[in-house]
Design a protein around this ligand. Sequence first.
Ligand code: GCB
Length: 591
Amino acid sequence: MLRPQDGPTRERKSLNGLWAFRLDAVGDGRRHGWWRSALPQARQMPVPASYNDVVPDQSVRDHVGDAWYQTGVRIPSAWAGERIVLRFDAATHRAVVWVDDVQVAEHEGGYTPFEADITDHVQPGEEARVTVVVNNELTWSSIPPGEIEDGPGGRTQNYFQDFLNYAGLNRSVWLCRTPRTHITSVNVETGLDGADGLIHYTVEHTGAQDVCVVVRDAEGHEVASGSGAQGRLRVGDVHRWAPGDGYLYRLEARLHEAGSALVDSYALPVGVRTVEVRGTRFLINGEPFHFRGFGKHEDTAVRGRGHDDVLMVHDFELMKWAGANSFRTAHYPYAEEVLDYADRNGIVVISETAAVGLNVQMSTSPSRTVTQTYSEQAIGSATQQTHLQAVRELIARDRNHPSVVLWSIANEPESGVPEARDYFAPLFAEARKLDPTRPVGFANVMMVSADRCLVTELADVVMVNRYYGWYAFMDDLPAAEAALEADLRAWADRHAKPILVTEYGGDTLAGLHSLLDVPWSEEYQSSLLAMCHRVFDRVDAVVGEHIWNFADFATRPGLIRVDGNKKGVFTRDRQPKAAAFAVRRRWRGEA
Ligand code: GCB
C-alpha cells in the first residue's frame, strides 16, 4: 500500500474537517444499518482528533464501544476512468467503512493505515456518502490488549497501559486517484561502499509495463538511474543521511508503456545510511551512536492523540532545544507525518508496535479475573496473530524511513516466564524476515531482571525501562544509584549487546519546589535524572538514554496519576520543568 501523493499521475484530496458523529455504546448502528442514510441525531466532530476530550461529557471521555463518523464527498469528474481509493491513515482501534450502501473496508489495529479501492462504487462527478464505525474496545485478542468489565454502571474498559485509551479518527482521511495500471509498492534498502551510496530498490506494480527509476539529489540533479522492477543503484560520493543531517534524495519510480508513455509514477524520499549492531555498539554509518532523547506520546489537550502539524513541529523544536537526537514512538506507531519530519530533521527513531500491556501483573483492576499472562484465556494464539499482523503492518509502513533504526516489538511484556519466549520467538523471526537491515528489540519491564528475562536473548539490543529513584528507592537516591548500576552491569555481563535505557524518570509537579530531595518536586526530578546519568556514564555498554517522558500526558485516573502521568520534562502544554534545563546542558555538552 503506497501513501497518497500528488504527482504527474496521482492526486489526493483531504477529507479532513467536520464529520457527522455519534457514539453508540449498545451497537444500534450495526443493527439498524446507520450507513444507509444520514447518521441519525449526529453532532459534528473534527477529523483528525480523538473524540474523547472534544466534548465536556464524561460519557464521551469514557465511552466504550462504537463511534460512527459520516461525511459526503464529491468525486471529481476529472477522475473518470481512474482508480479511486479511500484511505485512512488510522482508525483507533478498528473500523468498518461503507461507501453509500456498500462495505468497502474493515481493519484491525488503531495506528496503521488501510485503504479501499472504491472505483466500482462511486461515480465521478457525483457525491458519495462515507460512513465509518470506529470501535475502541480492547480485548484479549487485540493489540494492545484489554478486558471489558460489566459493572453496575455498565460496561467499562480495563487495560494494562499507562495512557488514556484515546480513540476515533486520529489521523487524516484521503480520497485519491491513481491510474488503473499502477505502482503498488516501492521499497528501498540502502548501503555504503566507501564514499558511494547503494540503493537496492524493488518496485511492484499491476500490469506488464516497464519500470525505470531515477534518483535526484536535494537540488534536483539526477545522480543515478536504472531500469527493471528491482536493482541496485550507485550514488557516487553520496551525501549520507546521518543523525543531525537529514539529507534526502528523491527516488522516482516510473511505469512506462513499451513505447514510452508514462503510465504511473511514484516519488519516495530516500536517506542513504546503514545501521548495525556490533558488539556493545550501535552503529549508524559505521559510527557509534548514543541515543539521547525521550519516550514520547502522541498526546495533547483537546486533540488527544489527533495528529496536528503545529504541535508536531513544536515538539521537534523542543527536542532540538534540549539537544535530543532521538525518540521512541512509545507505545504505538506514530503518524507518518512524524516520521517524515524525523527523516528531514535527522532525528533518529525507535519505531514501536502497539503491543503494550502484555502483562496482567501490571493490571490495577480490582476485578481482575486473569492471573496468568500467557494462556488461551488471555495473551494466547489469537493475540499472537494480531501481534504478528501489527509487526507486518508497522514494517511495511515504516521501512523506507531512514530515521527509523530499530524496531521495538513490544513494551514491558511479562518476559520472565517460559511461555513468553514461545510467544515472542515467531514475532522476532517475522520482523527479521521482513526487514533484515534493522535490529529488533523490546522494552523490558523493571521487575524482570537480567537473570530472569527469557526474551532479551532473542533481541539485538537490550532495552530496559528502569525507575530507580521512583518506583524503587524513592527518596533514597544513593541506594537507587547503587541498584541501578548493579542492574545495568548484570545486563552487560549477561548479554554482549548494546544497552538502551528506554525509560527512566519520576513524576514531577511543575511548580513544586524543595530544598531537600522531595519526590514530585522539580528539584527531585533533576537529581534523579542526574543520578541516572552518572550511572549511564559509568557503564560502557549503555548506548542510549531516553527519559520518560518528553511531556506530561493523559492517563486514566488513579491514586498515582493526578491529572495524568507527570514524568514529563515538559508539562502537557510544553512548558519546561527545571529538569529540561539540566538535560539540555548535558545533551548539548554545556555542563
Ligand atoms: C512504564 C511504562 C510507561 C509508563 C511508565 C510510568 O514502565 O512503559 O508506559 O507510563 O512506566 O510512568 O509508570
